[in-house]
Design a protein around this ligand. Structure first.
Ligand code: 3PG
Length: 306
C-alpha cells in the first residue's frame, strides 16, 4: 500500500492533519505521522518505507533523502524549499514540490502584527506611533508581499515594492508604487518587509550598506529567512544607529548577543510562526496531500521545484 508520511517538527493544527488524512486515505493510501520530533534518527527511521512525504521547515537533507528508499514525491507544505536537498531528490528521481500561496496570508498578517507591536512599544503603556501615513517597502512582491501590501493599505500606509521578477504593471495594478532599484526601496521607506527566498544570490544580501540607506527610525521586518541577513552588518548598524529597529519571525544566530543590547528595538518570535495558523496549515497541508495523490495517480507535477 502507498504510504504517505507527515513529518513535522512543528506540527500542523489537528484540523489540517484530519484534512490530509481524508485526502490520503480517500485515495486508498496509508498515512503515517511523525510530529514534534527532536532527534534526526526518528526522522531517518520514519522515512525508511514511505512513498511520499509532507514536511514544513523540516530538513530534508541528502541523508534523509537517501534513507527514504521508496520515496517518489516530497512536498514542502509552504513556500520556501531551501530546506530540501533538491540535487539529492533529482539524482534519485524524486519529485520535490512546494505549495505556493497557501500560507501567505498568515505570514502577511504577522508582518503587520509585529509592526503594531513594535510601534506600540510592546504594549508597555508608553506612547507609541501609528502606521498610517508611513511608507512600507515590500522587498519581493510574491504571494506574501502582495498580501502585506493589501493589509498595509488598510492601515493607510504608502506601499512601495521592488521585484525584478514581477511585471511593473502587475504591481502597479494593485495600487503599489514600483521603485527602480533595491537601494531606492530602502532609502524611500520607513519599514522594509522582506519576502525574498534564501538562495546563493540572496544569502547575506541584506547588509550594512543597504540597511543604512533607510531613513531615521527605519525598521526592518523579516518573516522570510534568517540567512538573507548579514548578521555582522546588522549588529554594526544597530550599534551605529540607535534609531534602527529589527523585528523578525526567525531568530537570528546572534540573538543572544543582541537581545539585551538592543532592547526595545529588537524583537523575534520564540518559534517561527508566520505560517502557524489553522487556516494556513489546512490550506498548505491539504494542497500538499492533493498534489501527492495527483502526482502518483496522474503524473501531475504542477509546483515541482527540482
Ligand atoms: C514558508 O516558507 O512557507 C514559511 O516559511 C513557513 O514555514 P513553516 O511551515 O515551517 O512554518
Amino acid at each position: 500500500m502507498t504510504k504517505v508520511l507527515i513529518a513535522t517538527e512543528k506540527p500542523f493544527a489537528p484540523a489540517a492533519v484530519n484534512g490530509i488524512r481524508e485526502v490520503v486515505e480517500g485515495a486508498g493510501y496509508e498515512l503515517a505521522l511523525l510530529e514534534s520530533y527532536t532527534d534526526k534518527a526518528d526522522l531517518l527511521a520514519a522515512v525508511a518505507d514511505v512513498d511520499a512525504m509532507i514536511i514544513r521547515s523540516d530538513k530534508a537533507t541528502r541523508e534523509v533523502i537517501e534513507a527514504a528508499k521508496n520515496l517518489k514525491v516530497i512536498v514542502r507544505a509552504g513556500a520556501g524549499y531551501d530546506n530540501i536537498d533538491l540535487e539529492a531528490c533529482t539524482e534519485k528521481g524524486i519529485v520535490a514540490m512546494n505549495t505556493p500561496g497557501q500560507n501567505s496570508n498568515a505570514v502577511a498578517e504577522l508582518v503587520l502584527g509585529m509592526m503594531v507591536f513594535l510601534a506600540r512599544n510592546g504594549y508597555n503603556g508608553k506612547a507609541g506611533v501609528e502606521l498610517r501615513g508611513k511608507k512600507i517597502g515590500i522587498h519581493a512582491y510574491g504571494n506574501v508581499g502582495r498580501y502585506v501590501g493589501e493589509i498595509a493599505k488598510g492601515f493607510g500606509m504608502e506601499v512601495y515594492a521592488f521585484d525584478p521578477f514581477v511585471a511593473k504593471e502587475a504591481i502597479e495594478a494593485d495600487g503599489v508604487k514600483v521603485v527602480e532599484s533595491v537601494e531606492e526601496l530602502y532609502s524611500t521607506c520607513n519599514y522594509i518587509s522582506l519576502h525574498i527566498p534564501a538562495n546563493d544570490k540572496t544569502k547575506k544580501s541584506i547588509n550594512y550598506d543597504l540597511l543604512n540607506k533607510m531613513p531615521e527610525g527605519g525598521i526592518l521586518v523579516n518573516t522570510a529567512r534568517k540567512e538573507v541577513i548579514d548578521e555582522e552588518g546588522l549588529i554594526k548598524l544597530m550599534e551605529d544607529r540607535k534609531d534602527f529597529a529589527y523585528i523578525s519571525d526567525i531568530a537570528p544566530d546572534c540573538k543572544d548577543e543582541i537581545a539585551a543590547k538592543f532592547e526595545g528595538r529588537f524583537f523575534f518570535t520564540p518559534k517561527k510562526m508566520g505560517a502557524q495558523t489553522a487556516e494556513a496549515n489546512i490550506n498548505a497541508g491539504i494542497a500538499g496531500a492533493n498534489q501527492i495523490v495527483n502526482c502518483i495517480e496522474k503524473g501531475d507535477t504542477t509546483y515541482k521545484v527540482n
